[in-house]
Design a protein around this ligand. Structure first.
Ligand SMILES: C[S@@+](CC[C@H](N)C(=O)[O-])C[C@H]1O[C@@H](n2cnc3c(N)ncnc32)[C@H](O)[C@@H]1O
Length: 224
C-alpha cells in the first residue's frame, strides 16, 4: 500500500468476503436457495444464515488434516456449517461442535449425517454449555474489527472481543498437554492476540499463514 489510509467499513468487508469466495480452492454451487460447498470427499449444504467456509476455514482445515486426530477428544467452537468438525470426525477424532447460532447447529447436524460422520453438536455461547475437557480446541472466530451485529465475522471494534473471552475461558476446558488452534487475521492484530495468550500463560507458535487480498490469515497454536 502507498501511504493511503484504508477505512474498513462494511462495504470493504463485503468485498473482502466476496474476494474470499472467488479465491477459494474449494468449489461451491447454488441449488434451490442453498449454497453447496465441496472439499475433497466432503459435500455440505450451507444455509444463507450460516457462515460459508472460506480461505480461513480452508487454512485451518489444512492444519487439521496434518494433525494426528485418531481417538483425540476435540471441540470446535463456532462450528458454522460443520466443515471443520466434519474434517476432524473424518480423521477419527471424537468431536464435539458448538455454535451460538441455532441455524449453525442444525446445519452441522445435517451435514454430519450427510457425510456419514458422527459428532455431538449443541448450542453454546463459547463454553457456556460445555462441561468436559478436550485434547484439542479449534476456533475460527468472528475476528474482523467491525461493530456490526453479524456474529459470523464481526469481532467488535477491536476484532478481539470474542477471542479475548475465548482465550480466558479455554484453559478450563483443556486436558493436560492439550492445545488450541485459533484462526485470526492480520486485521485482528497478531501481537495483540499473542499477548492475550501469553497473559493467560499459554506458549504460542504460528502453525500456518496465508496472504489473501486485503489481509493475511494466521493459525495460532497455543499450549499451556
Ligand atoms: C468465521 S465463522 C466460522 C464457521 C466455521 N467454523 C467455518 O470455519 O466455516 C464463526 C462462527 O462462530 C460462531 N460464533 C460467534 N460468536 C460465538 C460465540 N460467542 N459462541 C459460539 N459461537 C460463536 C458464529 O455463529 C459462526 O458460526
Amino acid at each position: 500500500m502507498t501511504g493511503k489510509k484504508v477505512t474498513w467499513g462494511v462495504e470493504n468487508y463485503k468485498m473482502a468476503i466476496e474476494n474470499r469466495l472467488t479465491h477459494s480452492s474449494a468449489s461451491m454451487m447454488w441449488s434451490k436457495g442453498i449454497m453447496r460447498f465441496y472439499h475433497n470427499e466432503l459435500a455440505l449444504n450451507v444455509p444463507e444464515s450460516v457462515y460459508f467456509p472460506r480461505e480461513d476455514s480452508l487454512l485451518l482445515a489444512g492444519v487439521l488434516e496434518k494433525e494426528k486426530l485418531q481417538s483425540k477428544k476435540v471441540l470446535e467452537v463456532g462450528c458454522g456449517s460443520g466443515f471443520l468438525s466434519i474434517v476432524m470426525a473424518s480423521g477419527k477424532a471424537i468431536v464435539t461442535a458448538v455454535d451460538a447460532s441455532k441455524d449453525a447447529v442444525e446445519a452441522t447436524k445435517l451435514n454430519a449425517k450427510k457425510n456419514d460422520v458422527s459428532l455431538a453438536c449443541f448450542a453454546s455461547n463459547l463454553f457456556s454449555a460445555v462441561t468436559s475437557k478436550f485434547d484439542l480446541i479449534v476456533f475460527n472466530p468472528p475476528y474482523l474489527p467491525d461493530d456490526s451485529d453479524d456474529k459470523t465475522y464481526s469481532g467488535g471494534k477491536s476484532g478481539r472481543e470474542v477471542i479475548e473471552k475465548f482465550i480466558k475461558q479455554a484453559k478450563n476446558h483443556l486436558n493436560k498437554n492439550g492445545k488450541i488452534l485459533l484462526l485470526i487475521s492480520s486485521l485482528t492484530g497478531e501481537q495483540d492476540v499473542l499477548s492475550l495468550f501469553h497473559t493467560c500463560s499459554f506458549k504460542t507458535k504460528i502453525a500456518a499463514r496465508e496472504k489473501i487480498p486485503w489481509e493475511e490469515l494466521l493459525v495460532i497454536e497455543a499450549i499451556v
